[in-house]
Write a protein that binds this ligand. Structure first.
Ligand code: C2G
Length: 708
């Protein structure tokens, strides 16, 4: 055997570095040394590294006093390495146990062998391949420039004397493309490179913002500058035609993907000098192969004519958008939104409201709107609603995703919504977005979720979209101090939190009297001589028909309930708005009342005497009424441990019993007074913690704050 030196530069990756080192120590190829280079990390990280270094004598730790960049750290690693081979790993990545063995046993007399890099967020879609199949081996001769395309030195095993002989080093000038100065000559001086598909390396993709944004997620201008430095370095240092050609094509692609997008959002004068110099170095015959749009742009660049370039570039952005815009009706509307509606004058007194994606006239947006209407505030209102409704006031009703939807969102100064809005609705400068959200969090939310099981998305996409969408929120309503804390962390929200309670709960203070309750019961056609039990469960992420259409399996046995309690009670069945299930209630007509499509659950709270729910945020709101709550949690373990995870310990905190069967539910209803007494103290604590801000005036306070 001969020793492999694994070089791992570390800069503040406390969260990940242990897993990384563990994967290296587990390598089936045993003859290794791990050269850990601390690139001036924080004290915590430094201490952690010192601890890690004690775990195995094959680990050697070196420190750079201040952060010098990944290039400098790897260069130091090379000088400290004593093995026959070098192998580079980034400290947040993961190397399956067979990888080094596969690379080492196949490199033979070559200087360089590479494996496969797989990008992953390390969610549950990641399969860590432990058993190599050894089947795929390719030798690249001409195609060895593939290696350059990866622009990274990780997952390649390289002979140390080859590195010394050709004086390979990482650039310390550039940050993102530091590897290029190392891999270009490495490839150039190897006539043939072996590639092992089974030698896998998991590269961690990271969501912004983590405590340390990874290199590739730096600000665009920095990345472009860095790229151009690298491009010039390569153009200056290597004469070989093949390489020159390769880097030119690479640059043209980079120009199309990154630089053009950059100029869409920034003035063309930025970096103009650097970009035109680089374009001037590209071989002209390569440019000839491209379409006329690109040709005209490059010409203006090469001539260093900023005005001309600016003019052409504007026109081209328009053409590119249009081309994309005519592909579907939705895209066309987005095109109109961006190109026309958003260019019109902003309507200073226009407010757009939406609740649960246009499904209902409900929740916080409804109560904010009604307050503004009652106060005769001088605003024009738009409601996004899929079906036409009878609304108080003079709001214009608009269908979701219609042309008018895009028109009003573009023109309104104020957006009020209780859930997310599509990513393509960029918010204009000067507009305000009031995110009301729709409940005190019990289930883990957004960035706090381990894995997302919803259809049509995956964990990383869900989290990234969530992050981008929530960057537009200017205000977020929080119902209680506990929610403030969770929202800050789960939504990574750092703007203004409105802490006045929930507008949707105002009604629970304003109308909690016999007269109003009777009036409501009559309006909703609920028998006035019976007590009312509201059953309002939530949805299950993993039980669905399709995107946004969830199944629901009614586990509450209506027969049993009817037998035992129908003398005194009726039941209101209220399924979650995401549930598409239709439940057949034949035979229960006078006993069970379906209110799933009723807009406003707050009215149902008011007329009910007992709430039965499960893992829904409804119980936080209902507790304002101080009426009994039962929890029918037949799938508690699965929901808590597999699907979502909770923020609070239900067993400890909730103000009512956890019931697993219909019989237990019946039993609890029949003994509701004794139960209430038993839970009195817990209820009080719960109320104090979660309902302390609600007092019937949340809408007023919110409106005064936002619509000054
Ligand atoms: N809701 C409802 N009827 C139900 C369940 C919920 O009308 N049967 C409404 C309530 O206003 C509730 C809101 O939808 O507060 C959110 O419902 P949850 O069951 O809590 O589930 P979810 O939509 O996943 O939101 O921070 C809150 C979380 O995001 C939960």
């Amino acid at each position: 055997m001969s020793k492999i030196s694994i070089i791992v530069p570390v800069y503040n990756t406390e969260e990940f570095v242990e897993l990384c080192i563990e994967s290296l120590l587990k390598q089936t190829y045993r003859d290794i040394e791990i050269v850990l280079v601390n690139d001036g990390s924080s004290k915590n990280c430094k201490v952690l590294l010192e601890n890690i270094a004690k775990r195995d004598k094959r680990i050697k730790l070196f420190h750079l006093n201040e952060q010098s960049g990944v290039g400098a750290a790897r260069n130091l690693g090379i000088t400290k390495a004593t093995g026959e081979w070098l192998y580079f790993v980034d400290s947040d990545d993961y190397v399956p146990e067979k990888t080094l063995e596969i690379l080492q046993s196949n490199i033979k007399e070559k200087s360089l062998i590479v494996g496969r890099i797989r990008n992953t967020y390390f969610d549950n879609s990641t399969t860590v391949i432990l058993e190599g199949v050894y089947a795929v081996k390719k030798y690249w001769n001409e195609k060895r420039y593939h290696v350059i395309k990866r622009l990274t030195a990780v997952n390649m095993l390289i002979r140390r004397d080859f590195v010394t002989q050709h004086q390979l080093f990482f650039s310390e000038k550039v940050a993102v493309y530091a590897d290029v100065s190392f891999i270009f000559p490495a490839v150039l001086y190897s006539n043939q490179i072996a590639y092992m598909k089974d030698a896998i390396y998991f590269h961690r993709k990271r969501l912004e913002p983590s405590s340390q944004p990874p290199l590739m997620q730096r600000n665009e201008a920095e990345v472009i500058k860095d790229y151009l430095l690298m491009y010039n370095e390569v153009k200056n240092n290597y004469d070989e035609e093949e390489l020159q050609n390769f880097i030119d094509v690479h640059f043209l692609n980079f120009y199309r993907k990154k630089i053009i997008t950059f100029y869409k959002h920034h003035d063309e004068s930025q970096l103009f000098e650097e970009v035109s110099t680089a374009m001037g170095r590209v071989a002209p015959e390569l440019i000839k192969k491209y379409n006329w749009i690109l040709k005209r742009e490059t010409k203006a660049l090469v001539q260093r004519n900023l005005d001309k370039y600016r003019r052409i570039s504007k026109r081209h952005h328009f053409l590119r958008d249009l081309r994309r815009g005519i592909s579907t009706k939705r895209r066309f509307n987005i095109f109109l939104y961006r190109r026309f509606f958003s260019q019109m004058k902003m309507s200073e007194r226009l407010v757009v409201f939406e609740s649960f994606a246009g499904k209902s006239y409900s929740d916080n947006p409804k109560y904010i709107y009604e307050y503004m209407t009652k106060q005769n505030m001088n605003f024009k209102f738009v409601w996004i609603l899929n079906g036409k409704k009878k609304l108080p006031g003079s709001a214009i009703q608009v269908k979701r995703f219609s042309i008018r939807y895009f028109y009003y969102f573009a023109r309104a100064k104020y957006w009020v919504s209780n859930s997310r809005l599509p990513k393509y609705l960029d918010k204009r400068e000067g507009a305000f977005y009031l995110q009301t959200w729709h409940g005190t969090p019990l289930k883990r939310l957004a960035q706090d979720m381990d894995a997302v099981y919803m259809p049509g998305t995956n964990t990383q996409r869900y989290k990234r979209n969530f992050y981008e969408q929530s960057r537009r929120w200017d205000y977020l309503i929080s119902p209680n101090p506990y929610s403030t804390k969770v929202f800050r962390q789960a939504f990574l929200f750092n703007k203004e939190m409105l802490e006045h309670g929930y507008p949707r709960n105002d009604i629970l203070y304003q109308k909690n009297n016999q007269k109003d309750i009777m009036k409501l019961k009559r309006k909703l056609k609920i028998p006035v001589d019976k007590k009312v039990i509201l059953y309002a469960p939530t949805w299950r992420d993993d039980e669905f028909y399709g995107k946004g259409a969830y199944k629901f399996n009614l586990k509450l046995e209506l027969d049993t309930l009817q037998q035992h309690i129908s003398k005194d009670y009726v039941i209101i069945l209220r399924l979650h708005y995401l549930i598409a299930e239709h439940i057949d209630l034949t035979g229960y007509e006078d006993f069970v009342f379906e209110f799933t499509s009723h807009d406003d659950i707050a009215e149902l709270y008011l007329i009910s005497d007992i709430l039965i729910t499960d893992y829904s945020s409804v119980f936080f709101d209902y507790a304002n009424l101080k009426r009994p709550i039962l929890f029918f949690t037949y799938d508690l373990e699965k929901y808590r441990d597999t699907l979502r995870g909770f923020y609070i310990d239900m067993e400890k905190e909730i103000p009512g019993p956890l019931l697993m069967t219909t019989d237990e539910v019946v039993e609890a209803i029949l003994n509701i007074d004794t139960l209430s007494e038993k839970y009195e103290e817990k209820y009080k604590q719960f109320h104090d913690k979660y309902c302390m801000w609600d007092d019937g005036n949340a809408a007023e306070k919110t409106v005064q704050h936002v619509f000054k």
